[in-house]
Design a protein. Structure first.
Length: 311
């Protein structure tokens, strides 16, 4: 039970919905399945397991007249070859479009050669083809050619932005919100923004789970970890600014903020839902918007990585 309502574990919910665990995890990330905090239970290593699915949510989904076909369609992901076929273009052209940030990967895995394989929502691929047909068969725009000639690849940062927005939307309090931003900064940048040792320890303890990826080899592990941390100067700066704001907000909102190791023991901040840091742009209705950067990208690209704002 959770606050008077019956809830299920992730495994139980997946069986009730006839989904694989990865499909349920994606559905939760996309907001297709509502979850609630698991309550005062030990923190599992995998963050989404700290949440449960209300039985009423299962009934709501299963009672839809088009269940499960339309529900599964929302979760359908495609790789480069299938996505290109959906758009009626070649894989190489699709690769150029996605590297230049035209739309955002929703998941990824690492193959046996240690190579990142990106997956996209089929519905978003089809929507882009309908929205920007001029990009599919005409000459590649100069802006895209310039980005690719410079070696830019927006897939990792677009994916990071999407996951940050999703996790910020699930944050239970201001400290959890700050922990999401801290998680994508390089260690030295994190320490620079949050010099207090006790506060850094709290944020590390609250670090969310970004992705379930099998990493059986050192090469796979290296590839996986490269996706989780911001690298480009402008992206790092954007997360630094927002982490600084988030920590300041957490200090103000928590009645007993973590104390410095030199001033006494730290205390656990009380859970309160925070207002997320305000990004440089507001999210549009197609999805969260990307951090503004000094790098130019085409005006038609989808904006998929700003932090969600709370009313």
């Amino acid at each position: 039970m959770h606050d008077g309502q019956q809830t299920l574990t992730m495994g139980q919910a997946a069986r009730e919905l006839e989904l694989r665990t990865g499909e349920l995890e994606l559905a939760i990330q996309l907001g297709a399945v509502r979850t609630v905090p698991a309550g005062m239970t030990p923190r599992p290593a995998v963050a989404h397991l700290r949440r449960r699915v209300p039985v009423g949510e299962i009934h709501r989904l299963r009672s839809a007249p088009d269940y499960p076909d339309v529900f599964r369609e929302r979760l359908h992901t495609v790789g480069t070859t299938e996505a290109a076929a959906l758009m009626g273009i070649g894989p190489s052209r699709f690769l150029r479009l996605t590297k230049s940030g035209c739309f955002t990967p929703v998941r990824f895995y690492v193959n046996r050669y240690g190579v990142l394989v990106w997956l996209y929502l089929a519905s978003e691929v089809a929507a882009f083809a309908d929205r920007a047909p001029e990009l599919l068969h005409t000459n590649t725009p100069a802006a895209v050619r310039t980005m690719l000639d410079e070696g830019q690849d927006w897939r990792p940062r677009q994916w990071r932005g999407r996951r940050v927005a999703q996790l910020m939307g699930q944050a239970a309090d201001a400290w959890e919100a700050a922990a999401v931003l801290a998680a994508v900064l390089p260690p030295e940048e994190f320490a620079s923004v949050v010099p207090d040792t006790a506060e850094r320890a709290v944020l590390r303890d609250l670090k969310p789970h970004f992705a379930s990826v099998i990493t059986a080899t050192p090469a796979a592990r290296e590839a996986y970890e490269s996706v989780l941390v911001a690298e480009a100067f402008d992206e790092v700066l954007w997360y630094r600014v927002n982490l600084n704001r988030a920590v300041e907000r957490a200090r103000d909102e928590a009645p007993h903020r973590p104390r410095s190791v030199t001033s006494g023991p730290s205390s656990v901040p009380r859970r309160r839902r925070p207002a997320a840091p305000t990004g440089p742009t507001r999210p549009d209705r197609r999805g969260p918007a990307a951090p503004q950067t000094g790098r130019k990208r085409p005006s038609w690209t989808t904006e998929t990585s700003s932090l969600p704002s709370r009313s």
